[in-house]
Design a protein around this ligand. Structure first.
Ligand SMILES: [Zn+2]
Ligand SMILES: [Zn+2]
Ligand SMILES: [Zn+2]
Length: 407
């Protein structure tokens, strides 16, 4: 009789405990803590800052082979005079030179490429490290404007052809020229459609910053795609003459030595910065010194990136850290990235000129950790507790009966 009572009472307690646990799912979920880990992926990870060669590179230029006003040799000489090491010749649907080579006269590396823009409304892109172009692939009348349904698809189709048939490095040119017509979703689609090695990124600066909105577009796309699909930024002259178009916007490649393969690797892996002499729209500054990045150090224990930079005699220029939607998330040599999401990049702006890093990708891992006793421990405790209560109840009950018997 006592045993049965004890058993029934303990069952009731366990049931009560179970039901309370089931009914209060919200309470249970609220009883966990979220621990966040951030892992960083830096394009500058493998740079040996003490033994680096910095190459000045323009990856977009035109000659008389298309609508440029200077010949190939005039362009090479003009770039050499401005201290360039690398120039890509990218005429519209035409070739200014026959192959990627060193120019004997200047020692510069000349990269053969092509700018594609099949119709007037077709989004322009560059394919470099290729001398393949088949007129069958798209209309040779690239200047022709029409309302062909191809206009939205042509860049997409042509990028696919270049990717499939050549080993070109491909990036979108001057998106600001097309953004209004194409809309933001087109860029989301194309960077989603192609992988990072098929379409490496886009020009953020073209000539003297002809499309200042391109910086915001880049940040907005990175907000969507980082950290899983990097989009590299580039700065290029899109030079159409050998006088006023040279050295407006360019890339600084970080290579162990000046070889074609190293140049290719640094562009593919984003081991480069891009710079502009015209932070303001069509207002280049030719006199101010460009910022120099001496080293980048990542501390994974403290979740920080530290940049050692200088501009001329200034050893501590302001470094601006930018994250999602282009928001400024910090200034100074060091950024704590533990609370940041997606990506962070830095830029140094000084006197109308600017230097921009590629995005550092931030992978965030979240883990739910219970901050209360596990349920089974609670249950076991509950059962023991129920038995003790049952014992007390039975003890009291027994005493009561004894009393009753006495009376
Ligand atoms: Zn042109
Ligand atoms: Zn163009
Ligand atoms: Zn162009």
């Amino acid at each position: 009789m006592f045993l049965v009572g004890k058993f029934i009472i303990s069952i009731i307690f366990v049931l009560a405990l179970l039901t309370s646990g089931q009914n209060s799912a919200a309470l249970l979920s609220a009883s966990t803590d979220t621990i966040t880990f951030t892992r960083i992926s830096s394009p500058y990870e493998n740079i040996d800052w003490d033994n680096i060669t910095r190459l000045k590179a323009n990856l977009h230029s035109h000659t008389t082979a298309s609508d440029g006003s200077a010949t190939l040799q005039q362009m090479i000489d003009a770039y050499y005079a401005q201290g360039f090491d690398v120039v890509a010749i990218t005429d519209h649907h035409a070739f200014g030179t026959d192959a990627t080579h060193y120019d004997a006269g200047t020692g510069m590396l000349i990269i053969q490429g092509v700018e594609i823009g099949c119709w007037c409304g077709c989004h322009h892109f560059n394919a470099i490290f290729t001398d393949d172009y088949d007129v069958e692939w798209c209309s040779p009348n690239w200047t022709m404007c029409d309302d062909s349904p191809w206009t939205r698809d042509c860049a997409r189709n042509m990028i696919r052809r270049y990717y499939e048939y050549t080993d070109a490095i491909i990036f979108l040119n001057h998106p600001g020229r097309h953004l209004q017509q194409y809309g933001f979703d087109w860029y989301v689609d194309i960077f989603d459609r192609f992988s990072q090695n098929q379409l490496i990124g886009l020009e953020v600066f073209n000539q003297a910053n002809r499309h200042p909105e391109d910086l915001q577009l880049w940040d907005d796309l990175l907000t969507i795609f980082a950290p899983h699909r990097p989009i590299w930024g580039l700065g290029n002259d899109d030079a159409h003459n050998s006088t006023t178009h040279i050295g407006l916007s360019y890339n600084q490649l970080l290579v162990p030595s000046n070889t074609i393969q190293n140049v290719r690797n640094s562009i593919t892996n984003a081991e480069f910065f891009f710079m502009t002499r015209s932070l303001e729209y069509r207002n280049p500054n030719w006199t101010n010194p460009m910022p120099v990045v001496n080293s980048i150090n990542i501390n994974r224990q403290n979740f920080t990136i530290t940049v050692d930079a200088s501009i001329g005699d200034t050893t501590d220029p302001e470094i601006r850290w930018i994250s999602r939607y282009g928001n400024l998330v910090g200034t100074g040599a060091t950024i704590d990235f533990s609370e940041l999401r997606g990506f962070v990049r830095f830029e140094i702006r000084a006197g109308g000129v600017g230097k921009f890093s590629q995005p550092f990708m931030l992978y965030t891992f979240e883990m739910e950790v219970p901050n209360r006793l596990p349920l089974w421990l609670g249950l076991a405790g509950g059962i023991i507790f129920a038995f003790i209560i049952a014992d007390i109840v039975i003890y009291v009950d027994r005493k009561k009966r004894k009393k009753t018997r006495k009376t």
